[in-house]
Design a protein around this ligand. Sequence first.
Ligand SMILES: NC(=O)c1ccc[n+]([C@@H]2O[C@H](COP(=O)([O-])OP(=O)(O)OC[C@H]3O[C@@H](n4cnc5c(N)ncnc54)[C@H](O)[C@@H]3O)[C@@H](O)[C@H]2O)c1
Ligand SMILES: O=C(O)C(=O)C[C@@H](O)[C@H](O)[C@H](O)COP(=O)(O)O
Ligand SMILES: [Zn+2]
Length: 347
Amino acid sequence: MASLTVNAPQGTYDILIQRGLLEAVKADPAAYGLDGHVVIISNTTVGPLYGEALAQALPNADLVNMLDGEAYKSLETIALFYDALVAAGADRHSTVLALGGGVVGDAAGFAAATYMRGIALVQMPTSLLAMVDSSVGGKVGVDLPQGKNLVGAFKQPDRVLIDPDVLHTLPPEQWRCGMAEAVKHGFLADADLLNPDLHTPERAQDLVMRAVQVKINVVEEDPYEYGIRAYLNLGHTFAHAIEQVTEYGWLHGEAVGFGLLAAAKLSERLGLCDVALFEQVDTILAEVGLPRQITGLDPAAIYEAMKTDKKWKNGRSRFVLLRGMHQPEIVHDVPREDVIAVLESLM
Ligand SMILES: NC(=O)c1ccc[n+]([C@@H]2O[C@H](COP(=O)([O-])OP(=O)(O)OC[C@H]3O[C@@H](n4cnc5c(N)ncnc54)[C@H](O)[C@@H]3O)[C@@H](O)[C@H]2O)c1
Ligand SMILES: O=C(O)C(=O)C[C@@H](O)[C@H](O)[C@H](O)COP(=O)(O)O
Ligand SMILES: [Zn+2]
């Protein structure tokens, strides 16, 4: 069992990473604080795969499945969660267990943050992306039609339970999505994450541990994103806009991977770094199998969508760029023509 600890303002919590952890939880719920009333929130894919058996094994559990997909990370879904929590008789002593990918984790986490002004939350991520990124750090929330993650809260989990064994049912494109966020952490702080030897399900435990540690280090220093936590948005100004213009046709991880490439190209265009960094990102995206072109998308529409991101304030653009490996830098007021030129170069 690998155990990492997060020292957050709302308290310290553990991240347990172990193959077979799901079965261990079923065998001894009390050992994981799950012997009280638990409302498992999952979705229509993961719920039948893992949620139903878990609910059966816990002494006092209800299971709620949201529909599957980014389009359901919405206030309408949150309202359904509130109804389900009331129907289940959930109170301030109940626990929400978020069992799924990042969409489930964000939405269920927001429900836990707001139901009765906040109840306990355990994150049990089942996608690689949720394991390496979304289940840790406390960002929870939903999208609005106007943009990504425009409603949310900081709700640190009471515990994070990660069982790499559940990745064996994860579709390949979703593995690639998780790799995008792991590669992001590699360029931000840990170059070992860029080693292809780690990019296999057999090495998932090591990959997750390293990627999570990068996020823990950032979140512990800047839990509410007043400063360096913005670095975790590397590639995301491009990514959120692409998700918007494609109406979530691009998966978050796919858009993030492309966003890393575009950010490297923009960094080079603005003289922050040389072309080698772009080439390194390009090589890794090709190895992982993530998109490196936006063929068919409109750069002007992507630029306009960037303005709906909450980081783009008072007409001032904001990009997280790179001066080099492990040298992120926040840059405001990037001229529109530079952004358009970068996107056009990657059509
Ligand atoms: N809060 C944060 O810090 C944070 C960080 C990164 C991303 N996010 C958010 O996370 C979301 C993306 O998360 P995601 O990539 O996990 O997408 P997702 O939640 O849609 O899950 C990916 C797909 O894989 C399925 N799935 C998940 N685990 C599975 C398993 N073990 N076996 C079979 N199928 C499985 C899901 O049902 C879904 O269809 C976006 O909304 C993004 O904004 C949040
Ligand atoms: O945890 C963070 O901080 C991140 O930026 C992680 C990102 O990978 C994630 O996509 C997050 O939801 C983006 O944050 P947002 O504040 O831009 O919505
Ligand atoms: Zn992300």
